[in-house]
Design a protein around this ligand. Structure first.
Ligand code: ZN
Length: 157
């Protein structure tokens, strides 16, 4: 389906990694509009884009977290952070790599970028759209138990 392969162009900004001292390009959205997120694979190498408010999986996972764990609509809250991590981990891996819940990582060495900014444009690059096909193929019961398992792992690693 076209919707699965569609992505968008995002602007990468130059940041210096304090761990490996390289200048690296990290995509950041121009504004922090609700519902748009950049995802990054856990080795730091690849990025994806998600328009989360348009994703059925995102609202299904939010619904499960509301029912099971009392996730509220108030922001920001620690529970909202847990929910984000759970929803990211439910996404389909990108070329076999799961997404990190510690965005942004250095694309060169994989260390967490502790500070980053958008002062210096690196390049504009096309990133694919994150998908949740695997999650959506599960039964409602299986979705619930997966979300429960991931939530508990995030809360009590
Ligand atoms: Zn680095």
């Amino acid at each position: 389906m076209g919707a699965q392969t569609r992505g968008r162009s995002v602007r990468f900004f130059t940041n210096t990694c304090t761990t490996c001292a390289n200048n690296v390009g990290v995509p950041l959205l121009s504004d922090f509009a609700y519902g748009e997120m950049i995802f990054q694979t856990d080795n730091g190498k690849d990025f994806a884009y998600a328009e989360v408010i348009a994703e059925d999986a995102w609202s299904i996972i939010a619904g499960i977290c509301e029912n099971e764990f009392g996730l509220g609509r108030k922001k920001p809250s620690p529970k909202l952070q847990v929910f984000h991590c759970v929803a990211i981990r439910c996404a389909d891996p990108l070329d076999g790599r799961p997404y990190t819940t510690h965005f942004p990582l250095c694309p060169r060495c994989g260390a967490k970028l502790t500070s980053y900014g958008d002062n210096q444009i690196h390049h504009d690059g096309h990133v694919p759209r994150a998908t949740w096909q695997r999650f959506m193929s599960l039964s409602p019961e299986a979705r619930k138990s997966l979300v429960r398992k991931l939530w508990n792992e995030e809360v009590d690693p």
